[in-house]
Write a protein that binds this ligand. Structure first.
Ligand SMILES: Cc1cc2nc3c(=O)[nH]c(=O)nc-3n(C[C@H](O)[C@H](O)[C@H](O)COP(=O)(O)OP(=O)(O)OC[C@H]3O[C@@H](n4cnc5c(N)ncnc54)[C@H](O)[C@@H]3O)c2cc1C
Length: 476
């Protein structure tokens, strides 16, 4: 089979591009090296919908960020992905930091951000009472929000698949040959062919472009470490609280997540590769120190987990989204660091425009359905609704994850629907089973049992996160 379009990378960008292309009569295939989607930066980031005041004016980042905010909220509504327009505050702590707030306000106006206001420290504390007494000035951006980044990726790809897109996992691209077609080979020797090739490979997008014959950019991976706190701590703040940015990034934030936890981080450190996701003592100390500067009452004994994500940056600081000047039919969507999540729908539409410019015919389907049912509505139901649901499907009456109250019905749904969860971590990302206080200590064996049964494999073959990550060795 020759696909019209091949997409390298099943992150939020590749996923949204696939969803956008699924509106047309095209054969599209996503190639992903991992056992699941959203395994790169799209899994481990702040989940902030940035207002658009930060990027330099006239850059792709500025245009796609500002245009992307409402597009993202609209897509999240269609895909039933949790988000909240909680607004953000960029805070100055003392006179020396105040000029940065004024500058960001002016930049935001140039970029077209609506509704921003400057607040005195006292005014800011009125809407965010736990903000430090040391805050003297804040920029309030009401349009900013929070979204669950991996749910957005999962839902975008699931929806694209429901509309005909194919996903090949464990397909690590090791070779790309360009003749009239792209012939793409995986490390296992599997081959696929396509007419157009979109490079959304995140931190590896420079390597993928080079394999196709384009060595025009180099990615600089930059890691960010986080501490995530239990849900009770999520109530400590309602806004996303930033400090004024530094050359290294937007600084350490304190924010509720779309799921109700409290997130602190990220740090910013150049690392060797995207695999450098370890948590360091220095990173933890930095997060605690700067988070406490914004919100002194954060209770770090409530930390339930730590994680790190790796940004894919480039020396010029802007997104690289263009048809390759070296290889016909190749579109690079690279250096998508922050605000890439916020911009993902705008990026996807921009990419489709580029594909049309370089000759891809776009014939719209009349049966495209951009919506996705929320199969996790169960825990938000009242008792009567739950009762009716359980009568129709008794699996919803059996709670598997006690910390997060996740039922067997939701876990089976995660294993059965696009993109199917093939391992324990994939179930966790789809359902939150294992994300609570006990971090999967209780529910993991039950989840393994369900995966084994659904896939018709022995429990020893169930993995944590794909090839090689086996959990059980056999029966005792
Ligand atoms: C610490 C941090 C904080 C951030 N905070 C925010 C924020 O608050 N708001 C915001 O808007 N943005 C934020 N971002 C940016 C945002 O996360 C990214 O812009 C976005 O996730 C990029 O998505 P992507 O699909 O381009 O890359 P990725 O999600 O990294 O996806 C790339 C995919 O390509 C696959 N791949 C790589 N090589 C190969 C290969 N050889 N063969 C096959 N597949 C391959 C990878 O496995 C991966 O799944 C943050 C990023 C980080 C790291």
């Amino acid at each position: 089979m020759i696909y019209d379009v091949l997409i390298a990378g099943a992150g939020v960008v590749g996923g949204m591009v696939a969803r956008e292309l699924s509106k047309y009569k095209l054969s599209v295939c996503i190639l992903e090296k991992e056992n699941d989607v959203a395994m790169g930066a799209s899994k481990a980031n702040s989940g902030i919908v940035h207002g658009g005041f930060d990027p330099e004016p006239d850059t792709l980042k500025a245009k796609l960020n500002v245009a992307g905010v409402e597009m993202l909220y609209e897509a999240a509504d269609q895909l039933n992905v949790p988000y909240k327009k909680n607004g953000s505050l960029v805070c100055a702590f003392g006179a020396s930091e105040e000029p940065a707030v004024h500058e960001l306000y002016e930049r935001g106006l140039i970029n077209g951000v609506k509704g921003m206001e400057k607040l005195s420290g006292d005014e800011a504390r009125k809407i965010e009472p736990r903000l430090s007494e040391a805050c003297t000035l804040a920029l309030h951006i009401p349009s900013a929000g929070i979204v669950c980044p991996y749910q957005l990726t999962l839902s975008a790809i699931g929806n694209a698949m429901d509309n005909g897109v194919e996903l090949k996992r464990n397909f690590e691209i090791t070779d790309i040959e360009k003749t009239d077609l792209f012939t793409v080979t995986s490390y296992k020797g599997e081959t696929v062919q396509g007419r157009y090739f979109i490079n959304c490979a995140g931190c590896y997008s420079d390597e993928i472009a080079a394999k196709a014959g384009d060595c025009s950019f180099n990615i600089i991976p930059r890691a960010g470490e986080y501490l995530l706190l239990d849900k009770t701590e999520g109530e400590t703040v309602t806004h996303t609280i930033f400090q004024v940015p530094t050359p290294e990034g937007k600084g350490i934030l304190v924010s509720p997540t779309a799921d109700g936890n409290l997130l602190t981080g990220p740090t910013a450190a150049v690392v060797e590769t995207a695999e450098n996701t370890e948590i360091t003592q220095n990173g933890v100390d930095t997060v605690i120190k700067f988070a406490a500067k914004s919100v002194p009452s954060v209770q770090f004994r409530q930390v339930i987990t730590s994680f790190a994500g790796v940004r894919s940056s480039e020396k010029n600081g802007d997104f690289i989204i263009e048809a390759s000047k070296k290889v016909d039919g190749l579109v690079n969507v690279a250096a998508i660091d922050s605000p890439g999540l916020t911009s993902c729908v705008a990026i996807a539409r921009y990419v489709v425009g580029i594909l049309e410019d370089i000759g891809l015919a776009l014939d719209a389907k009349d049966n495209w359905d951009g919506t996705r049912v929320n199969t996790h509505a169960f825990r938000e139901m009242n008792d009567e609704e739950k009762d009716a649901y359980i009568k129709a499907n008794p699996a919803y009456g059996k709670i598997i994850c006690r910390c997060e109250t996740i039922s067997e019905g939701e876990i089976l749904d995660a294993i059965r629907r696009n993109p199917k969860a093939l391992d324990v971590d994939s179930v966790k990302r789809r359902t939150r089973a294992g994300m609570g206080r006990c971090q999967g200590g209780f529910c993991s064996p039950y989840v393994m049992k369900l995966i084994a049964k659904e896939q018709g494999i022995p429990m020893e073959q169930v993995t944590k996160k794909g090839e090689g990550s086996y959990i059980a060795t056999g029966k005792i």
